[in-house]
Design a protein. Sequence first.
Length: 129
Amino acid sequence: MVQVAAALIRRDGRFMICRRPAHKTRAHQWEFVGGKAESGETPEQALRRECLEEIGVEVEVGDIFAQVDHIYPDIAIHLTVFNASIKGGKEPLMLEHEDIKFITPDEIPLYEFCPADEEILKKIREESL
């Protein structure tokens, strides 16, 4: 099972989502920023590296928000989503994604997310009630 780390970055009652590019699997679906851990990396280290590579910002990695195992046709993943924040007030850049948005929990149904994120999104919506 591939270890994947992702960031739940919140701002003013909203949270950040990123749209996958056309040339990647699950093209045009929305996800949390993050990615696969490399050999020898902790999930926290992987998340810091991925945020620099994908959105050009350093993040402060907090506690674990949720974890889920998911099997896609091409990969089986163990996804760990961390509460995280962007350091230094920088704005995220679209270095790897087609779009970046901050949405409210009520807006979740308006977007097509990667299937592995469904349990995470359910927890975000439940917390907002």
